[in-house]
Ligand binder design. Structure first.
Ligand code: ATP
Ligand code: MG
Length: 422
């Protein structure tokens, strides 16, 4: 097997050679599906939301159809994307039929499957009464979508997945359309298809985005927000590593040291873990061997391949030369040590003092001023929270990149050059 067959950092479909079950999240999905509400699954990009729900739906034999909200945003309408979704599915089945803007059905070729019956019936009615047939029969795109999914699923449970919720956050009209759809499922006409909605996206607090929506109250009663999907557990990260390198039949020396570094630099974000493992695997490909000596060059290669823009942003915010105190670089290093997202001023000050005791002894530190400066860079890596009492990383990859980039020797901080990569 080749490294890229086992480690697939951007693959849409689950790769069995490196897949790890995430029990806590599967349980949370299970609870969500038991309830009567629709479901909102959220977490940063690359944390594994899509793999997670795909695994869950497969394990539970729940059928699904995916509507891409990025596409809806591009087209300016959810309806258009419903049509595309059904048409794409029909094309896959090679029925040769499509629904058009008006929702009417069109013949393009041969017939097959259950859809044939629907189309033939439609055509008969259309012939009989040209004026009214379209209204009575051809469904508007959302209902056509529900009908298609229900028929495809037969009596099994079915869910309509709305992917990439973040794509419509600034599009009031689309948010409203989505809100309407959720409420419409209570209506008998739509409810008869017995289909649940699963919304997937990066932001938390879905109701915040519907706050301008008139029926916000009823909506919040109909959607359940699940536990945030974030980094994997330590155990899951180890399993991913072991499972992958066993699939590749590699001999792994210093396993614990490599895994500990892997967990540290990637912050246990699944996509990043896969990226890093792919680099490790390629490095050891010739003799099917891994050892811990190569970790520094793997860091550099990883930054170069996956985080180069992030690296530039960090480079820009660092002190260009190591000043006698070097407070800014010390602060950046301490930011990389934090486990949680929130950056509190007193915690950062404590960290700076404990990591750099000689350089801070008897000196005042003004973490607020330093963090403000860092947050005002052209590409800000941190941001102040609305309350103004803490900061957070604008993107988790900044923390990873800081971890892979900054080197502490004694009390001096320097950065690794990515141009040194062989
Ligand atoms: N359970 C898992 N086991 C192993 N690898 C995983 C797992 N979940 C995700 N990954 C890895 O992380 C990558 C990203 O996962 P996924 O596409 O599910 O993230 P996402 O949260 O949906 O991201 P986005 O918001 O960008 O769509 C996958 O392609 C895969 O390489
Ligand atoms: Mg996804």
């Amino acid at each position: 097997m080749k490294p890229e067959e086992v480690f697939t950092p951007r693959s849409h479909s689950i790769n069995q050679y490196s897949y790890v079950e995430r029990k806590l999240h599967l349980k949370s999905l299970e609870e969500g599906f038991k309830g009567s509400k629709h479901i909102f699954l959220h977490g940063d990009s690359g944390t594994g939301k899509s793999w997670l729900y795909k695994d869950f739906l497969k394990k539970n034999d729940i059928r699904h159809l995916t509507v891409n909200l990025t596409n809806a945003s591009r087209l300016g309408s959810l309806n258009q994307e419903f049509e595309n979704t059904v048409n794409r599915e029909l094309k896959k089945q090679k029925t040769g039929y499509s629904i058009t803007n008006e929702g009417a059905l069109h013949t393009e070729g041969g017939l097959s499957g259950w859809w044939t019956g629907v189309v033939l019936k439609a055509k008969t009615i259309l012939k009989r009464n040209k004026q009214t047939s379209y209204k009575t029969l051809a469904k508007e795109p959302f209902e056509a979508c529900l009908e298609y999914l229900r028929k495809k699923s037969k009596k099994k449970r079915a869910v309509l997945v709305f992917e990439n919720f973040e794509s419509i956050l600034r599009k009031e009209e689309l948010l409203e359309e989505l809100g309407n759809i959720i409420l419409l499922l209570d209506d008998e006409r739509y409810g008869q298809y017995n289909i649940k909605i699963l919304i997937v996206g990066t932001p938390s607090d879905i109701m915040y985005f519907f706050s301008n929506y008139p029926a916000n109250g009823p909506l919040s009663n109909r959607v359940e927000e699940l536990t945030e999907v974030s980094r994997m557990t330590e155990d899951e990260t180890e399993k991913l590593f072991d499972h992958g390198f066993q699939s590749l039949k590699y001999q792994v020396e210093n396993r614990d040291q490599i895994i500990s570094h892997l967990k540290w630099v990637t912050d246990r974000i699944p996509q990043r873990v896969q990226e890093y493992c792919l680099i490790l695997a390629r490095k050891g490909e010739s003799d099917k061997k891994l050892d811990a000596n190569d970790l520094t060059s793997c860091d550099q290669k990883w930054i170069n391949e996956s985080l180069s823009q992030t690296y530039t942003a960090i480079e820009n915010v660092m002190n260009s030369r190591e000043t006698s105190i070097g407070r800014r670089n010390q602060t950046l290093y301490c930011l990389s040590l934090l486990e949680k997202n929130e950056i509190r001023l007193n915690e950062i000050e404590e960290l700076i003092r404990s990591e750099f005791p000689t350089k801070t002894e008897g000196k005042a530190i003004n973490p607020s001023a330093i963090l403000t400066e860092i947050s005002k860079a052209e590409t800000p890596i941190i941001k102040r929270n609305p309350k103004g009492d803490a900061y957070y990383f604008t993107d988790p990859k900044f923390r990873m990149c800081l971890r892979a980039t900054l080197v502490k020797e004694g009390e001096n901080i320097s950065k690794r050059e990515i141009s040194e990569i062989k």
